[in-house]
Design a protein around this ligand. Structure first.
Ligand code: BGC
Length: 254
């Protein structure tokens, strides 16, 4: 089955048709800058034009960088505040003219993909996926089952919000050397593992493509793996959320 996977981010909206059996992207992904201001109406229009680029009329799964409850956006750390309370699922159903639309937190989407097809495949126990990009996103899995909407990028670290000092955006904004950023990220990982004691941490998001710059500089006690699907995880996992619950879980594939 093919689903159009969409990954809405703070800086770009990306999408491609995905095989929900294999997690493969079936065409070159399309990337469009996130409209500024990133109002919900502008985002819906951008998603519609992305779907149009593929002539898409089938099911659509969308990852969005916020808490999503029942299709409704509940927070807005890296998008315009007017998104709070917006029923994104209903708006996309109407705009795209299909009932088969699912919406999920972006990090949860990436985690679903990694647990089903990537670094977390078959791993028992507690798996935490952390996406490092404009924000710090988290997805928590217990024996392959997602605990949705964890927002552990917002925990306090040295008196500040972790996302504000240890995201990729913070590294760029403050012009940090990789060594300096890695020190902060290492402190973040240690705080997280003291709170959750996961069995595996998977690091994804745009930064996972630069693993060689920082992996040797972090030393949590938990085994750490880079995301195997890199930036495609967000698109592939978003596609899964268009499926009924029974089809997409347990996330562990045999
Ligand atoms: C948001 C999360 C999101 C993460 C990564 C955070 O600022 O609160 O919902 O998953 O950024 O985009």
């Amino acid at each position: 089955m093919e689903v159009l996977g969409i990954d809405v981010g703070g800086s770009a909206i990306k999408g491609a048709p995905v095989s929900v059996e294999t997690g493969e992207l079936l065409a070159e992904r399309v990337r469009i800058e996130t409209p500024q201001p990133s109002t919900p109406e502008a985002i819906v229009e951008t998603i519609a034009s992305l779907a149009g680029r593929f002539g898409w009329e089938g099911p659509v799964g969308c990852g969005f960088p916020a808490v999503i409850k029942d299709g409704v956006i509940r927070t807005a750390a890296n998008v315009d505040a007017s998104n709070i309370g917006f029923d994104l699922r209903a708006a996309l159903r109407e705009r795209l003219g299909t009932g088969e639309v699912g919406v999920i937190n972006d990090a949860d989407a990436a985690g679903l993909a990694e647990v089903r097809w990537g670094a977390g495949r078959g791993v028992e126990g507690v798996v935490l996926m952390i996406t490092v990009g404009t924000g710090l996103g988290t997805a928590l899995f217990v024996d392959g089952r997602l605990v949705p909407n964890t927002e552990l990028g917002h925990i306090e670290l040295g008196g500040q919000e972790a996302e504000h000092i240890a995201s990729d955006a913070a590294r760029k904004r403050e012009n940090l050397k990789w060594k300096e950023w890695a020190q902060r990220f290492d402190a973040y990982l240690r705080t997280i593992e003291d709170l959750l004691w996961p069995d595996l941490i998977i690091i994804g998001g745009g930064t996972s493509k630069k693993a060689e710059k920082f992996m040797h500089r972090i030393s949590p006690r938990t085994p750490v793996s880079g995301a195997r699907m890199h930036n495609d995880a967000g698109i592939a996992g978003a596609a899964l959320c268009a499926l009924p619950e029974a089809l997409r879980s347990p996330a562990r594939a045999g």
